[in-house]
Ligand binder design. Structure first.
Ligand code: HEM
Ligand code: HEM
Length: 125
């Protein structure tokens, strides 16, 4: 698995969705999805891009199983968090309906970031 490329692809997909949502908000004047838009672009695109470039800059990090686990966790976690925030702000689900899947998804993102941090400590030389 090419972790760097996978993060770039994931980030690009988020960015396309985030920009379309931003254009919709700008065009409609309805900014109620702003927080969803922000996290699609930041948690989805910016973080994925930073991870991709880091793994490219440090091939020793990218070669580890930890990197592949990180990608899987970010893929599932960030997609789920963003989907749930969107559904909440679009008033399709209630805040109560987000439990326990939202905290679990957030935890997946966090565990992925811990794996990334550990990998930095071990292999970013
Ligand atoms: C063509 C692309 C984009 C358009 C048309 C767009 C449009 C918007 C609009 C209409 C808002 C709501 C402003 C408000 O209610 O105060 C907004 C907020 C925001 N956007 Fe974008 N945006 C774009 C790209 C991006 C990108 C690439 C990022 C980050 C990498 C980003 C990050 C944010 C953030 C952090 C907010 C604030 C959210 C909040 O107030 O809760 N946007 N954007
Ligand atoms: C799982 C990860 C994350 C969770 C659960 C989370 C959750 C939240 C929550 C609950 C808020 C406050 C919403 C409100 O004011 O009603 C917030 C705001 C914000 N978050 Fe996150 N966040 C996450 C990741 C990130 C990341 C990675 C970034 C940036 C790279 C980010 C950037 C922001 C910004 C800029 C705001 C303020 C938006 C605004 O009020 O205009 N978040 N986030």
């Amino acid at each position: 698995m090419n972790v760097s490329r996978n993060f770039l692809l994931l980030g690009s997909a988020f960015l396309i969705v985030g920009i379309v949502m931003g254009m919709y908000m700008g065009g409609s004047g309805d900014h109620s999805l702003a927080l969803s838009h922000a996290h699609i672009n930041l948690l989805g695109f910016v973080l994925s891009a930073v991870f991709a470039l880091t793994y490219k800059a440090y091939p020793a990090m990218a070669a580890t199983r930890l990197a592949r686990v990180h990608f899987g966790l970010h893929l599932v976690g960030a997609v789920m968090v963003n989907l749930l925030v969107f559904l909440l702000l679009a008033q399709i689900i209630t805040e109560a309906a987000m439990v326990p899947i939202a905290p679990i998804s957030e935890l997946l993102v966090l565990i992925g970031v811990l794996a990334f941090g550990w990998n930095v400590l071990q292999n970013a030389n």
